[in-house]
Design a protein around this ligand. Sequence first.
Ligand code: HEC
Ligand code: HEC
Length: 371
Amino acid sequence: MNIIKVTSFIFGCAFAFFVTQSAQGSDVPQFPAGDSNPPVTSAQTSGASGRAFPPLGPLPPAAIPAYNPQTRAKIDLGKKLYFDPRLSGNNWISCATCHNPSLGFADGLPRMLGGPTSKEGGRNSPTIINCAYNEFQFWDGRAATLEEQALGPIQNPNEMFETLDNVVRKLSGIPDYVTAFKEVFGTGVTADGIAMAIAAFERTIVFANSPFDRYMQGDVNAMSESAKRGMELFNAKAECIKCHNGPNFTDNKFHNIGVPADGPLKEDLGRYSVTKNDADKGAFKTPTLRNITESAPYMHNGFFPTLFEVVQFYNGGGGRSENKSPDIHALNLTGQEVNDLIEFMKALTGELVQITYDATPLVYPNLPKGF
Ligand code: HEC
Ligand code: HEC
């Protein structure tokens, strides 16, 4: 493990420690006027195949499941839990350690470091930005909902290595939590409540109003000429639209693009481990490209440090794999075109309008005996 990794890991932990939970401002997703009705454009077609794809455009409001409605008190509770290292076995790792707001809600590392010895895992911590829009969670899509996802990392021996029973026990000894669970769910602290509250908080991490969004809403000066050319390429010659489509720049499907193995895993079978379908070997979820400048390094194993390397990889026809998607092939982009595509991706960085943090250190009040 090199020094950069160590530094950003420590930074991540420190951040999780000091950023606390008080919610201010409006926590419920807000969209700039007009965003709830994205302009209706005809489906974009990729020059090469003529297939139609869902058009790029501003995000609609995220769908909220009927069984877990957003309320201010629930979002506040979810935010406390998200930043609380007491959800881990050594009271040191929170969700924000690996999904850190100042690192694009990721961790800046190729692959996560977790567990009691900060061991390197096999996969990159994805950003949770706009995860409310995901049809599947995880690189292999093994969880469908955020509620289902949230209790996984707490119990994973390589992440937060804690038992649900023990988290419930710890939090039940903290009067603020007991009051909050009573108010939100009418119960004591429960694992289900933890999952619902964290999911509600995550659904507020929506980034919108990027230069691209403003451009699509009619502000012709919002994107540079280079970014505009990049958008053309994205939709046609470079064929990115085949998989990175719709308002969140993902088809919510799984593809093998041939990213080389890297890190502790010799081989990562990706989606295959969920479906056992041979066609899914080495296939991973198409990630969103919104705010992509903030969540380097890239791919399921963090193989590429920069967007330049990512675009060069696609330009050269992706990696080698028996199972590679037929939609990945050499693109013959010029140097200028590579730059234009990168400029377009930079224009996808939006702003989080709905949450703010204060810097009050986390307090550990009234810990139960044996804590
Ligand atoms: C030690 C680092 C670590 C911690 C702590 C951690 N995560 Fe993650 N998270 C990851 C990694 C790595 C993945 C991808 C794993 C995979 O795909 O198999 C992931 C995936 C996710 C995803 C899916 C995102 C997507 O686009 O597929 C969500 C949502 C998420 N984590 C939320 C959380 C929450 C909530 C917590 C706290 C309860 C948490 N994580 C704690 C590393 C971490
Ligand atoms: C065949 C579908 C497909 C096409 C076409 C495609 N992508 Fe991807 N993209 C993916 C998948 C799947 C991943 C994740 C792969 C992995 O981790 O193994 C990905 C990952 C990425 C990432 C890294 C995201 C992250 O969070 O790590 C970037 C950036 C990206 N693609 C940009 C592009 C650009 C630019 C183009 C066009 C030149 C393009 N993609 C074309 C499917 C595709």
